[in-house]
Design a protein around this ligand. Sequence first.
Ligand code: ADP
Ligand code: ZN
Length: 535
Amino acid sequence: MADALISQPREVLKRYFGYDGFRPNQQQVVDAILQGRDVLAVMPTGAGKSICYQVPAMCLMGYTLVVSPLISLMKDQVNALDAAGVPAGCINSSVSAAGRREAVQGVMDGSVKLLYVSPERLETEEFRDLCANFPPQMIAIDEAHCISQWGHDFRPSYMRLRRFIESLPQRPPVCAFTATATERVRQDILEQLALRDPFTVVASFDRPNLRFSVIRPRERDKDKRLLELLEKHSGESGIIYCSTRKAVEAVYDLLCEKGISAARYHAALPQAERRASQEDFIYDRASVIVATNAFGMGIDKSDVRFVIHYNMPLDLEEYYQEAGRAGRDGEPAECVLLYTPKDVKTAEFMVIRSKDEADLDADTRYEQVQRAQDRLRQMTFYSTTSDCLRGFILKYFGETAPGYCGACGNCETEFEDRDVTEDAQKIISCVYRLQQRGRQLGRAAIVDILRGSKTERITQNGFDTLSTYGLLADESKTHVRFVMEELINREILGVTHGQYPQVVFTQSSGEFLRNGEPFVIKVPKEKPKQGLVKD
Ligand code: ADP
Ligand code: ZN
């Protein structure tokens, strides 16, 4: 095989990309591709997946087809490759007719080595003709988890990849790349793409230099905690992720007011401003960038020292990808999630909305919502667990992990057991009484009833006449909510799926009450306050 190569991988790596050596998994993937094998490479963000197909592309005759879902990034990637002397082109809906002709011409005269396309393009007549006459030497599929309905970013257009590959006169090696490692998604990629005896690498997702923690402030203390974190990291580079544009604006204003040099980034800003923000951050003119999840893909800044999530993301895939932008240089970095129950509610809305926008038939949509809700539940577990956070993440991604890493917020906190059996019973009884009246309510409403709030909704519906009304009036909202969340986590109470999830009394709830089981939660041990005198 080696003598059929037009260049040697190491030379290509050095000459075009300027690197002296491959990283461990890269070498293996490159070798496998050059031997003509299919590949499935599961590697975390930042591991260097692109090199794995870009280098072989330069070593092989002909051109490599790269399928990528991110139209906005394709152009940047192609420009960067061109600048490094790697002839690349792209075809997608945002490229002009003239630009497309140029790329096609490049394929025909053999000057283009990498052709980036969106999956939708594969179905056009023009493109099929091109590939029938000039078949690619290799197909690289970026973000391959988009093919899986179990994945967090399902794109129906990816489902048609297989047919496209099978329609080629001769099937080239197919290489799938993803940073999503759950077992189901992995299996799905193998099956949906019909990979043939693929060389498979699954890199460890552990990032030992990242310290994970979750802070659970009261809603009104959130900004205060954020500012404390920023003070601790003053002068360092960091990203603050928010789930909505509105939140980005609010946090950005807060930072400006406090004199912190910040930039902001979300999809509603004009492109010029987005680009300027991005550059201010990359070139350290702004130390912090406040952004929605629109920010970060394709950004390569290695010295990000902290990533703070001001809101909880929709799933751990997203969380880990965003948090993973910290510490790419291998130096210690911190990933903090600021969790408040309100974020769960926002996230529930967003799950439904995101699936509404996708072009899916009713059954698929229903399944997609269910799965997204399951992922959100796992995300919520992560936010409320007292177990090792690193262990939680690694297990989620299908790795075996020790129960104690010694270097995450939970491992560093001493927890103590607190028996909250009575509170748990009161919560369950409240759900039961409501159900007797033919009513099911969401978490927040139940907390309000238990705490004896006098909201209009409560009085109008006569919830204040329930025997359980006000039973937990002395407890904080956070506490009641926390116990309820734990009851849901442990499946003692149920929740419905849907836009407004409701808490339901189940068989397990009944058993729990009948058996009088103790209910113990873990709470951080109070540190003795030093030198604080209350007046
Ligand atoms: P991924 O797609 O896996 O998230 P990228 O392909 O964007 O990762 O690569 C992440 C960073 O690592 C980039 O800055 C890239 O240039 C760098 N990189 C990749 N391979 C090597 C290598 N062999 N040596 C040094 N740096 C590398
Ligand atoms: Zn830990």
